[in-house]
Design a binder for this molecule. Structure first.
Ligand SMILES: C[S@@+](CC[C@H](N)C(=O)[O-])C[C@H]1O[C@@H](n2cnc3c(N)ncnc32)[C@H](O)[C@@H]1O
Length: 246
């Protein structure tokens, strides 16, 4: 049986404690790369969350707007310094339209995969293209799917453990829909807590094809935020797509 997720579910489950949780240690490099790409134009973040990336960009002087599915995440963003000043639209990033045009847009931290069907991911790219001015760029960061560790369509792994607690991740793999259904199971003396997560994963060539359907062409692919080369050993990619100049 598969889990049910919509655009608000991740934030409703994770907003509390999101900024104190396990986050990438690449924030400085992410902000530097996006800032360099953005130039002087308006910047749009799809799934802006608590403003982890958008707020440091705004602090550098960029005009940043965002789309976010979960009001709980936006509430966290608003409570931070500079958070009230950002234009944020609450809605589904595959559909919601922020007025005006943007020179650069981005979708980071594997969040493309939070759209749980290929159809929704295709619509996301069309929506990104719709927001970009001619010549504008769209950056996507995602992990490279790796099914090592799955046996008979399932995997159980230990994510953290100490003398009082353990965090176990149970996952099932649906090869037909390229879908991972996961439960993060937190076990401690205070009780047990389940945090579900659904991801529809896609390898880089499929992502490039979705971009191409929207008229966006791959310009660069790095294996990390410090512009490391992308190789067969890369576990993640930072990919830059461009809308043709008019
Ligand atoms: C992993 S967090 C990333 C947040 C932020 N971009 C960051 O890097 O910290 C995923 C975010 O995507 C949002 N989200 C998930 N599905 C969405 C959708 N369909 N439309 C808009 N936001 C969505 C969640 O609410 C959450 O804020």
């Amino acid at each position: 049986m598969s889990l049910t997720f919509d655009e608000a579910t991740f934030g409703a489950l994770n907003a509390e404690g999101y900024d104190e949780g396990i986050l990438p240690d690449t924030l400085e490099d992410s902000v530097a790369l996006i800032s360099g790409l953005a130039g002087q134009g308006r910047v749009l973040e799809f799934a802006i969350g608590t403003g982890r990336v958008a707020l440091p960009l705004a602090a550098r002087g960029h005009v940043v707007a965002g789309i976010e599915g979960a009001p709980e995440m936006v509430e966290k963003l608003r409570a931070k310094p500079g958070g009230e000043a950002l234009e944020v639209l609450v809605g589904d990033m595959a559909e919601a339209r922020v007025p005006g045009e943007f020179s650069h847009a981005f979708l980071v931290f594997n969040t493309l995969f939070n759209l749980t069907t290929q159809e929704a991911q295709v619509r996301l790219f069309a929506n990104a293209a719709r927001h970009l001015e001619p010549g504008g760029s769209f950056l996507v960061e995602a992990f490279v799917p790796d099914l090592a560790g799955f046996t008979n369509g399932q995997r159980v792994s230990t994510k953290a453990m100490d003398m009082e607690s353990a965090m176990i991740e149970a996952a099932t793999w649906d090869a037909v829909n390229q879908r991972l259904d996961m439960q993060r199971i937190h076990i401690s003396a205070e009780g047990n807590r389940l945090v579900p997560l659904v991801m529809r994963v896609a390898a880089p060539p499929e992502i490039d094809l979705m971009a191409r359907l929207a008229g966006l062409m791959l310009e660069h692919r790095w294996g990390g935020w410090a512009r490391e080369p992308f190789t067969a050993d890369s576990r993640m990619h930072v990919s830059l797509y461009r809308k043709p100049a008019a």
